[in-house]
Design a protein around this ligand. Sequence first.
Ligand code: BG6
Ligand code: MG
Length: 214
Amino acid sequence: MKTTKACLFDLDGVIVDTAVYHFQAWRRLANELGFDFTEHQNEQLKGISRMESLELILKWGNVSLSEEEKIDWATRKNAWYLDLVMQMTPNEVLKGVPEFLKSLRENGIKIALGSASKNSRLILEKINMIDYFDAIIDGNNITKGKPDPQVFLLGAEATNCKPEECVVFEDALAGVQAGKAGGMKVVGVGDASVLTEADFVISSFEEMTIDRLF
Ligand code: BG6
Ligand code: MG
C-alpha cells in the first residue's frame, strides 16, 4: 500500500549547496577575530542554527564575547553570507532535484521545506524553486533546532500528513536524527558512512525515484 503523502526537504546541502558560502562568511568572521578554522571543522556546522554555529566557532578560536557582541558578529556574518546568496542562480540547484520535485507533484505528493535557515525563502527565490513548495518551515518558525524533530513535525502538520506518511531528505546527521525522532522515514543525501542512521542514503537526487519512497 502506498503510504507516503509528503516529502520534507532540508534546504542547505539538499536542494542547493550553500555550505561553501556559509564557510566563506564564517571564516571571514574568524579571521577578523584573529583565528582560522578548516573545511573539515565546517562540517560540524551543517544543520545547526546560526547562533549555535557561532558558539562552536568561538570555542574553536578560544574567543569569549558578551551576548551583545555575539549578536553583532552573527548579524555581520549574515550580511556577508547574504552578499554571496544574492549572486546565486538557478544553475546552483543540485543535480536531479527539479526532476524529482516535478515527479512528486505529478504523483500528488506534497512538498515541504524543513530548514534551520532564516534565509530560506530568499534562497528558494534566488534559485527559482519556491513555487514547488506547499509549505515552508524554517528557522523563523521553530524554537528547537535539529536533532529535535520540531521542524519536521511542523512540516507534517502544514501538509496535513501524519509523521509516518512523510519522508525526510537530509544531508546532516542532526537532521537525520530529527526526522527519525519525529517517526519519519529518512533518506540521507551524501555520505553513507556519516549518515548511518538514515533508512537509506543517496549521493545525488539523480539516484532517487518515486518508488523508493514507499
Ligand atoms: C542550516 C545550515 O540549514 O541553516 C547551517 O546547514 C546554518 O549551516 C543554518 O547555520 C542557519 O542558517 P541561516 O541562513 O539562518 O544563518
Ligand atoms: Mg543541510
